[in-house]
Ligand binder design. Sequence first.
Ligand code: AMP
Ligand code: GLY
Length: 430
Amino acid sequence: MKVLVVGGGGREHAILRKLKESPLAPQLYAAPGNGGISYDAQCVPIAATDVAGIVDFAAREGMDYVVVAPDDPLVLGMVDALAERGVPAFGPNKAAAIIEGSKVFSKNLMKQYGIPTARYETFDNADAAAEHVRQNNAWPLVIKADGLALGKGVLICEDEAAALAAVDEIMREGKFGASGSRVVIEEFLTGPEVSVLCFTDGKTIVPMASSMDHKRALDGDKGLNTGGMGTVAPNPYYTAGIAAVCMETIFRPTVEAMNAEGRTFKGCLYFGLMLTPDGPKVIEYNCRFGDPETQVVLPLLESDLLAVMQATTNGTLGGLDVRFSEKSAACVVLASGGYPQYYEKGKVIEGLAEGQLPEGGATVYHAGTALDADGALVTAGGRVLGVTAVAGTLPEALSAAYKAADKITFEGLHRRSDIGQRALKAIQNV
Ligand code: AMP
Ligand code: GLY
């Protein structure tokens, strides 16, 4: 069986590693993959956003199944284009991927179906948005570009001047291109954040182990927002009681709302939640696995990922028993100095042999690596590696991940030293 994973980051590496364990023994391909992924799959140099290129390759080379991991090809309709050529794929079709592709759509969906989220207004006119900002008297205020913006389209504005500047940047100066032609302006919520990824075939919903991302670049949640500097799973704030409330008030209503809209969602639906004093609320939906959430969630999956994925596509998820380990996982991201802003590439990575750590106990997922002309592993992106460890408890997982991360070096390496500390405090307070 030939399986192609579309994408080339740490999330895709974690998906490939799990697929490699499948009893179906798939032959694995990645497009475009990366330096480290090339140890686990055959990398094909086609960009993840090249819908025609990927579809032609998959049809021509006889792929039996394709996993479309990143947001942009899903929003562009890659799953639909593959289906037209008879290639089954994991992920929502274009009609359903809009749940991430348009924040105006997702906010209106939540309002219409009574799914708890921050109060908001939407605007397609900069003057009207600015007037709304001037009338506002509760700060901070959150301003979001409607479309995909590489995770940078959310601005938390402390006062009127900052909010007016955000409206100008997004709507008048086009900082995020067409993604910013509409905006959502919403109230600021407080509380611990939880990521819950769910497999769904539009009928059955299978929540995976919960997780906690660390989005800011620097320790103490300081610095700029990034794609994610580290994760832990499970998230100790997400108790069984809260999980039941989320299934009842958020997960099931969302899947049913999408069905009612004629946009049945099949794939991985990511709920970015905030546990506010008024109960859990949706901060954002993603139409895909999170990165780096996947690097802690999938290592805890005990069932065959390939069988689970195929069941979401075929609508047979209800017939499967999907199991997660009771253990804990931690992932520490090793980034290029300067990320999420300018950084240099091409730095030689030391401390890894054959793409693996010399000592056991941790797994290294490659996010931004390449092999240079001499076959040496070098940095090739902002987030370079994700070092994940699984253990019986969160403190043990964190300590194993940091111990392994300590052995890896490259010029300019930057990482946070406090991944998991907030989660540990939550455990101590329970
Ligand atoms: P997003 O790109 O949608 O994941 O948003 C980035 C981050 O902004 C989230 O992880 C939250 O920490 C924060 N955020 C987004 N919306 C709100 C909100 N309404 N209130 C407070 N924080 C928010
Ligand atoms: N780590 C957040 C995301 O994947 O969007």
